[in-house]
Design a protein around this ligand. Structure first.
Ligand SMILES: C[S@@+](CC[C@H](N)C(=O)[O-])C[C@H]1O[C@@H](n2cnc3c(N)ncnc32)[C@H](O)[C@@H]1O
Length: 221
């Protein structure tokens, strides 16, 4: 099922062998099912704030006879998630602000786990929050799925200070080289230039946009 979706396929391809992975906002359950079926995780804690969404994961796992390897938890983020063996956390398909709030409020058991995050927006805030919380971003890539671009970040416990370019463009320069990344860059620069065109001169917002465009252009191949 997952092979039809580049976004989800990329997310699960970044997952490492794990004792306990948490799939936060599991919804359809494809990530949880994939990790268990392919024995990437011994156990998955599948959580969702919505009872209805959690029920979709439960149903899929029952159908695939994998329920015994999963825990299902209806809760907000990671605040109620406890297991000393948690070594990987996946949070995908949510706003950047929600992801930052989940990370800010996670239980102690979650704090040393490797993170795979796919925020839908507010990427700069997510990168800065990871630094503030004591993580090092090891991958910061873009994948195109149909007509949309998705950012995916991987982070582990560590320290890191980001430059302005890394905050805007991504923490890992090696990830700028991909075709999807360069296509996203060209698309973003063009969109921002279109917005700036209609802004009045000597406008503070316009100056910020122009600065951002310059930074983005600096990593264009
Ligand atoms: C767009 S779906 C993404 C599903 C899946 N993770 C993916 O990437 O395809 C977002 C899911 O996150 C859940 N969600 C939103 N806020 C949440 C929170 N604070 N804690 C847990 N789950 C949340 C929603 O109920 C929904 O099922």
């Amino acid at each position: 099922m997952i092979r039809d979706y580049s976004r989800l396929a990329e997310i699960v391809s970044l997952a490492e062998r794990s004792k306990v992975t948490v799939d936060v906002g599991c919804d359809h359950g494809f990530v949880t099912e994939y990790l268990l079926r392919n024995q990437i995780a011994d156990k998955v804690i599948a959580t969702d704030i919505s009872e209805k969404c959690l029920a979709k994961t439960k149903k899929l796992l029952e159908k695939k006879e994998l329920s015994s390897k999963a825990d299902f938890l209806q809760c907000d983020g990671l605040s109620q998630v406890h297991d000393k063996d948690i070594d990987q956390i996946i949070i995908a398909g949510m706003g950047g602000g929600t992801i930052v709030s989940i990370l800010d409020n996670m239980s102690e058991d979650c704090k040393s786990a490797r993170l795979i995050l796919q925020p839908m927006n507010e990427l700069r805030d997510v990168r800065l929050a990871l630094c503030r919380l004591g993580y090092k971003i090891t991958r910061d890539l873009i994948v195109r799925d149909e007509d949309k671009y998705y950012h995916i970040l991987v982070a582990s416990i560590g320290t890191q200070e980001l430059t302005e370019t890394q905050i805007y463009c991504g923490a890992v320069a090696a990830d700028y080289a991909s075709q999807d990344y360069q296509d996203w860059l060209a698309y973003t620069i063009q969109s921002m230039q279109n917005i700036v065109k209609d802004m009045p001169e000597n406008n503070e917002r316009r100056a910020k946009f122009l600065r951002a465009i310059d930074i983005l252009k600096s990593v264009k191949n």
